[in-house]
Design a protein around this ligand. Structure first.
Ligand SMILES: NC(=O)c1ccc[n+]([C@@H]2O[C@H](COP(=O)([O-])OP(=O)(O)OC[C@H]3O[C@@H](n4cnc5c(N)ncnc54)[C@H](O)[C@@H]3O)[C@@H](O)[C@H]2O)c1
Ligand SMILES: [Zn+2]
Ligand SMILES: [Zn+2]
Length: 316
């Protein structure tokens, strides 16, 4: 590639301040260093985690910054030591990367890589502690090692997954976060037994994927819970069989669910980021065997409160 080894000037949506509209700017993207890859981003979508860190109401502020972590692109060039990827490869960014060597990467139970696990407070590359983005020499921070709201971005090779070039990048870009998070939370963590009842709190992209995961796993009742009733119709396509809007009930949603299910659901998956929904998701599972999986990113000052007796009978 003619651009390999050179700085690329391209457009990026830069967040200068918390909660202020992103502005399209010309940024300079430095070449990838050792174990890094520079990717031309063709499609990117928005996840609620981008919004939280852009609002920075309850999360650590770090600006100016380029957000975005759900995307699809093509490798433009690779840095020293990168052997598994080459220019032209179709790829998806992965904010929870894999070094392939640490105990987490070697474990079938975890993907919290010691080197590349998600770190929302780091705005620079791991290799040299510097940013690859700049405007007039002033560095712009990265976000979760991906920063896909830019026509070109630089990522650690462990944060880039090669995919089949026949996969349509405009569609598979949601596999970068929303779909894999929700589907994995249901299939790999909640593991609902066939015929079981599953409650899904929050029916955004993550919740829809969690419902789909429960459906694939063979759950027979999938109860979607959302404060926004306009989400229900879409959620039916992803396997939800029943719906509860907490606003329609005067009693706590845990009690509504217990009544609907003869004592509680078998599994619950929380996909809202709201701590009250997390508590409800924990308390609505059946005693003895119920399992709650919490996926949402809570406010940094949020506190999870429940009676300790609940821990005697449930798992989270
Ligand atoms: N753990 C991870 O790796 C990971 C990955 C992706 C997203 N997330 C988090 O998952 C959550 C969902 O992400 P998303 O992009 O699908 O968000 P989204 O905003 O598209 O959807 C969230 C849904 O939850 C509903 N909701 C909010 N508060 C509620 C409450 N108290 N009770 C019931 N419903 C409620 C909203 O109406 C909305 O429909 C966010 O917190 C996001 O940051 C975590
Ligand atoms: Zn996300
Ligand atoms: Zn690792």
């Amino acid at each position: 590639m003619a651009t390999a080894g050179k700085v690329i000037k391209c457009k990026a949506a830069v967040a200068w301040e918390a909660g202020k509209p992103l502005s399209m700017e010309e940024v300079e993207v430095a070449p990838p260093q050792a174990m890094e890859v520079r990717v031309k981003i063709l499609f990117t979508s928005l996840c609620h985690t981008d919004v939280y860190f852009w609002e920075a109401k309850g999360q650590t502020p770090m600006f100016p910054r380029i957000f975005g972590h759900e995307a699809g692109g093509i490798v433009e060039s690779v840095g020293e030591g990168v052997t598994e990827l080459a220019p032209g490869d179709h790829v998806l960014p992965v904010f929870t990367g894999e070094c392939k060597e640490c105990p987490h990467c070697k474990s079938a139970e975890s993907n919290m890589c010691d080197l590349l696990r998600i770190n929302t407070d780091r705005g620079v590359m791991i290799g040299d502690g510097k940013s690859r983005f700049s405007i007039d020499g002033k560095p712009i921070y990265h976000f979760v090692g991906t920063s896909t709201f830019s026509e070109y971005t630089v990522m650690h090779v462990g944060c880039v997954a090669k995919i089949n070039p026949e996969a349509p990048l405009d569609k598979v870009c949601v596999l970068s976060c929303g779909i894999s998070t929700g589907l994995g939370a249901s299939i790999n963590v909640a593991k609902p037994p066939k015929g079981s009842t599953v409650a899904i709190f929050g029916l955004g992209a993550v919740g829809l994927a969690a419902a789909e995961g429960a459906r694939i796993a063979g759950a027979s009742r999938i109860i979607g819970i959302d404060l926004n009733a306009s989400r229900f119709e879409e959620a039916r396509k992803f396997g939800c069989t029943e719906f509860v809007n907490p606003k329609d009930h005067s009693k706590p949603v845990q009690e509504v669910l217990a009544e609907m299910t003869n004592g509680g659901v078998d599994r619950s998956v929380e996909c809202t980021g709201n701590v009250n929904a997390m508590i409800q998701a924990f308390e609505c599972v059946h005693d003895g065997w119920g399992v709650a999986v919490l996926v949402g990113v809570p406010h940094k000052d949020a506190e999870f409160k429940t009676h300790p007796m609940n821990f005697l009978g449930k798992v989270a």
